[in-house]
Design a protein. Structure first.
Ligand SMILES: Nc1nc2c(ncn2[C@@H]2O[C@H](COP(=O)(O)OP(=O)(O)O[C@H]3O[C@H](CO)[C@@H](O)[C@H](O)[C@@H]3O)[C@@H](O)[C@H]2O)c(=O)[nH]1
Length: 492
């Protein structure tokens, strides 16, 4: 954004000191004069990539005077890493693809790439916020650092939402984390006459309860805070019907269900695309695999390595499988890949290493990786079975990774002991649920073993392929698109 675009009080604030902004108020949103863009707002690179940059949309919908009126503007906020927040990136893309202006605000981890479509779009401004520099390592340090971190986040968010971005008509906030996001969002929306929409992925208090226990006083306060600051928002989306029900019961909030669906880059692969991709994987170098005959099986799990996913269950299942395979040689070898980045990664990597060294994972190839957006989609599309260890702290959220997997036509085995699981996975149709490592091992034997000649796996695959036809845009437009006021005829 050019310096001229900032309100005068910010320029003054910037001239004095970065923190003097607290003494001034951010400017409010107004429809007048209407915001518009012209051809000169696009760079040559953007014009050469018209579909992804939004230039094609501009050309199709511009007025006779060459300007395109922007009726919808949205601050999209996640107090987390943007690259690891696929749903908020999809929101941003859908708004931009329909002619809205987006400020996408969150953390930018340089080692995690953002969806290239998001980066290429002229109508999406990415606004990085600074990360609190200290990490809690124990319960005690968590309690000491938490207030400092919250104070740091309040000032960073307030600055980003109130001064580093223009006033928008709408603000779309991911919850959780709710502290301090909802508090700052409410203040900014009040000051800037912006309408607040909360996108409920889960509950902040239920995640805190994983760390402190459900009866902890801070968990109770957090629950009160979440309801208190959420209730007066203009609208709410929730990822499941079950979550909508809980929001209604708990806080009398009427939320619109907006189920996760895969974006277009997650799609089934053709056999030659699969083989071409697998040839690029270093783990397979020197392995006696014929990439065409599928006499071995590739299973994939993806994760943010958070405490709500217990990977020891998957390890337990694979150790059992490897032991059984010593007797039943007809069972295929397994190549297991876990993708993602996050706090518990180092812990589980050392556990995997230990199992390998002790000879408990005979013949299993185990790898962890962080892949580019395109390679992540290719890996899922190349696999035989996806694994989800998401346990759901609230019981009513769902794992996005399963949606990714279905997008590529990959059937899923997942931890299914929570209320919302059947909203996503139909038992025996597109996936299987388990409740222990032993059960997961049983599923692997059933699906990969000789007895059933692959019939069950093929049935699940067909179900997942049917599921892959349901896309994010189809879900988004009638719910969020309608709320934000996009005219269907302008769609596309
Ligand atoms: N590019 C890339 N992305 C990856 C990789 N590995 C994982 N991811 C991203 O990380 C996500 C999985 O992260 P989790 O934090 O484990 O997500 P989740 O439990 O499946 O779902 C969460 O987010 C949903 C909405 O965004 C929520 O609805 C849900 O409740 C939950 O909070 C995947 O969907 C994918 O986008 C990788 O190697 N490369």
């Amino acid at each position: 954004m050019a310096r001229d675009d900032f309100p005068m009080d910010v320029v003054m604030g910037g001239l004095l000191d970065r923190h003097v902004f607290l003494l001034t108020l951010p400017s409010a949103f107004s429809n007048f004069p209407p915001h518009e863009i012209t051809e000169s707002d696009f760079t040559d690179d953007q014009k050469n990539d018209p579909k992804r940059s939004g230039f094609a949309f501009y050309q199709k919908h511009k007025d006779e005077d060459g300007s395109l009126k922007i009726n919808v503007s949205v601050q999209v906020i996640v107090l987390g890493d943007i690259g690891r927040s696929p749903r908020m990136q999809y929101h941003a893309l859908s708004i931009a693809n329909n002619g809205g202006r987006v400020d996408l605000i969150g953390y930018l981890d340089p080692s995690v790439d953002i969806n290239p479509e998001v980066k290429a779009h002229r109508m999406i401004n990415i606004i990085p916020i600074p990360v609190f520099p200290f990490q809690a390592t124990s319960k005690l340090s968590f309690l000491i650092l938490a207030p400092l971190k919250i104070a740091f986040q309040i000032q960073a968010l307030y600055h980003a939402l109130g001064y580093r971005t223009k006033a928008s008509k709408w603000m779309l906030v991911q919850n959780p984390p709710s502290i301090p996001t909802l508090f700052v969002a409410q203040i900014i929306c009040f000051l800037r006459s912006t309408k607040l929409v909360i996108d409920w992925h889960n509950f902040g208090y239920s995640i805190l309860a994983l760390r402190l226990g459900p009866e902890h006083i801070l968990v109770k306060i957090s629950q009160w805070y979440e309801g208190c600051f959420a209730k007066s928002a203009t609208a709410h989306f929730a990822v499941t019907n079950a979550m909508c029900r809980v929001l209604k019961e708990k806080w009398n909030i009427d939320a619109l269900p907006l189920h996760d669906r895969p974006a277009n880059h997650l799609r089934p692969l053709k056999e030659d695309e699969r083989v071409t991709f697998l040839r690029t994987r270093p783990e397979l170098e020197g392995q006696p695999f014929d990439l065409h005959d599928r006499s071995w099986r590739l299973i994939v799990s993806s994760t943010s390595w958070t405490p709500d996913e217990d990977f020891s269950i998957m390890l337990d299942a694979l150790v059992r499988y490897a032991t059984i395979r010593k007797r039943e040689k007809a069972l295929p070898r397994i190549w297991a890949v876990i993708t993602g980045k996050g706090p518990l990664q180092a812990y589980y990597k050392s556990k995997i290493q230990q199992y390998v060294q002790e000879g408990n994972l005979n013949d299993t190839i185990f790898s962890t990786a962080w892949l580019s957006t395109a390679d992540y989609a290719r890996l899922l599309g190349s696999a035989d079975l996806g694994i989800s260890l998401h346990t759901s702290s609230s019981g009513v959220d769902l794992p996005m990774k399963v949606v990714d997997m279905f997008g590529t036509g990959l059937p899923v085995a997942g931890w299914g002991q929570f209320e919302a699981w059947p909203e996503l996975v139909k038992e025996g149709e597109n996936g299987r649920g388990f409740g222990s490592g032993e059960e997961l091992c049983g599923i692997l034997q059933e699906l990969f073993g000789e007895k059933d000649k692959g019939r069950q796996l093929r049935r699940l695959k067909d179900g997942a392929l049917r599921e892959s036809e349901r896309r994010w845009d189809d879900e988004w437009m009638p719910v969020a698109g309608q709320l934000f006021g996009f005219a269907p005829e302008r769609h596309g």
